[in-house]
Design a protein around this ligand. Structure first.
Ligand code: CU
Length: 129
Protein backbone atom coordinates (compact mmCIF):
# COMPACT_ATOMS: atom_id res chain seq x y z
CA UNK A 1 0.00 0.00 0.00
CA UNK A 2 1.44 3.36 -0.97
CA UNK A 3 1.69 6.23 1.43
CA UNK A 4 -0.86 8.22 -0.57
CA UNK A 5 -3.40 5.39 -0.40
CA UNK A 6 -2.85 5.12 3.35
CA UNK A 7 -3.31 8.88 3.69
CA UNK A 8 -6.49 8.74 1.65
CA UNK A 9 -7.88 5.94 3.82
CA UNK A 10 -6.93 7.86 6.96
CA UNK A 11 -8.66 10.97 5.60
CA UNK A 12 -11.82 9.02 4.80
CA UNK A 13 -11.87 7.52 8.29
CA UNK A 14 -11.29 10.95 9.85
CA UNK A 15 -14.00 12.58 7.71
CA UNK A 16 -16.39 9.76 8.55
CA UNK A 17 -15.69 10.23 12.23
CA UNK A 18 -16.36 13.94 11.99
CA UNK A 19 -19.65 13.33 10.19
CA UNK A 20 -20.75 10.81 12.81
CA UNK A 21 -19.79 13.27 15.56
CA UNK A 22 -21.76 16.04 13.87
CA UNK A 23 -24.82 13.82 13.55
CA UNK A 24 -24.63 12.77 17.20
CA UNK A 25 -24.28 16.40 18.34
CA UNK A 26 -27.16 17.72 16.23
CA UNK A 27 -29.54 14.80 16.73
CA UNK A 28 -29.50 15.44 20.48
CA UNK A 29 -31.22 18.71 19.59
CA UNK A 30 -31.52 19.85 23.17
CA UNK A 31 -30.30 23.26 24.10
CA UNK A 32 -30.77 25.17 27.32
CA UNK A 33 -32.79 28.39 27.20
CA UNK A 34 -32.54 30.70 30.18
CA UNK A 35 -34.87 33.57 30.99
CA UNK A 36 -34.99 36.20 33.69
CA UNK A 37 -38.54 37.32 34.30
CA UNK A 38 -39.55 40.24 36.53
CA UNK A 39 -42.99 40.36 38.13
CA UNK A 40 -44.07 43.89 38.89
CA UNK A 41 -47.46 45.62 39.19
CA UNK A 42 -49.14 42.25 38.47
CA UNK A 43 -47.38 41.99 35.12
CA UNK A 44 -44.64 39.71 33.90
CA UNK A 45 -41.73 41.10 31.93
CA UNK A 46 -41.25 39.51 29.48
CA UNK A 47 -44.88 38.38 29.42
CA UNK A 48 -44.22 35.73 26.79
CA UNK A 49 -41.41 33.31 25.99
CA UNK A 50 -40.96 31.05 22.99
CA UNK A 51 -38.79 27.93 23.04
CA UNK A 52 -38.32 24.85 20.86
CA UNK A 53 -39.57 21.32 21.49
CA UNK A 54 -36.81 19.47 23.30
CA UNK A 55 -35.32 22.54 24.96
CA UNK A 56 -34.33 22.52 28.59
CA UNK A 57 -35.87 25.70 29.97
CA UNK A 58 -34.71 27.57 33.05
CA UNK A 59 -36.68 30.58 34.22
CA UNK A 60 -35.61 32.77 37.10
CA UNK A 61 -38.50 34.80 38.44
CA UNK A 62 -38.01 37.97 40.47
CA UNK A 63 -41.16 39.22 42.17
CA UNK A 64 -41.07 42.93 43.00
CA UNK A 65 -44.69 43.02 44.11
CA UNK A 66 -45.92 43.00 47.73
CA UNK A 67 -47.96 39.86 46.96
CA UNK A 68 -46.89 36.39 45.86
CA UNK A 69 -47.61 35.17 42.34
CA UNK A 70 -48.37 31.58 41.35
CA UNK A 71 -46.67 29.95 38.41
CA UNK A 72 -47.01 26.45 36.98
CA UNK A 73 -47.02 24.46 33.76
CA UNK A 74 -48.75 21.18 34.65
CA UNK A 75 -48.06 19.74 31.19
CA UNK A 76 -44.35 19.73 32.05
CA UNK A 77 -44.73 19.11 35.79
CA UNK A 78 -43.07 22.49 36.19
CA UNK A 79 -43.51 24.94 38.99
CA UNK A 80 -41.57 26.81 41.66
CA UNK A 81 -41.16 25.79 45.31
CA UNK A 82 -44.59 26.01 47.01
CA UNK A 83 -46.13 26.98 43.67
CA UNK A 84 -45.62 30.69 44.25
CA UNK A 85 -42.88 33.24 43.89
CA UNK A 86 -42.93 35.00 47.26
CA UNK A 87 -43.54 38.73 47.59
CA UNK A 88 -40.24 40.52 47.12
CA UNK A 89 -38.49 37.21 46.46
CA UNK A 90 -37.30 35.08 43.62
CA UNK A 91 -37.68 31.49 42.47
CA UNK A 92 -36.40 29.19 39.78
CA UNK A 93 -38.34 26.91 37.49
CA UNK A 94 -36.79 24.26 35.23
CA UNK A 95 -38.34 21.83 32.80
CA UNK A 96 -37.87 19.96 29.55
CA UNK A 97 -40.25 21.30 26.90
CA UNK A 98 -40.99 17.87 25.46
CA UNK A 99 -44.01 18.81 23.34
CA UNK A 100 -45.54 21.76 21.54
CA UNK A 101 -47.96 23.81 23.67
CA UNK A 102 -49.25 27.33 24.13
CA UNK A 103 -50.25 28.01 27.69
CA UNK A 104 -50.65 30.66 30.35
CA UNK A 105 -48.34 29.68 33.19
CA UNK A 106 -49.68 32.38 35.54
CA UNK A 107 -51.97 30.64 37.99
CA UNK A 108 -52.59 32.80 41.01
CA UNK A 109 -56.13 32.69 42.21
CA UNK A 110 -57.13 29.55 40.34
CA UNK A 111 -56.11 25.94 39.94
CA UNK A 112 -56.54 26.05 36.17
CA UNK A 113 -53.51 27.42 34.31
CA UNK A 114 -55.77 28.91 31.69
CA UNK A 115 -57.81 30.75 34.33
CA UNK A 116 -57.77 34.47 33.53
CA UNK A 117 -60.22 35.32 36.31
CA UNK A 118 -57.82 35.48 39.24
CA UNK A 119 -57.57 38.68 41.17
CA UNK A 120 -54.15 39.61 39.84
CA UNK A 121 -55.01 39.11 36.20
CA UNK A 122 -51.46 38.64 34.99
CA UNK A 123 -50.44 36.44 32.10
CA UNK A 124 -47.23 34.61 31.42
CA UNK A 125 -47.49 32.93 28.04
CA UNK A 126 -45.22 29.99 27.29
CA UNK A 127 -45.08 28.84 23.69
CA UNK A 128 -43.23 25.68 22.70
CA UNK A 129 -42.84 25.30 18.95
CU1 CU B 1 -50.44 36.95 40.87
Amino acid sequence: MSNSVQLTIASVILAGGLIVSAIVLTSGGQSTKKFNVVMQNNRYNPSEIVVSVGDRVIINFENRDPVSHGIAIPQFNATVPNGHVPAGGSARMEFIADRAIDTDAAVCGGPNPTDKTDEHGEEFIVRVR
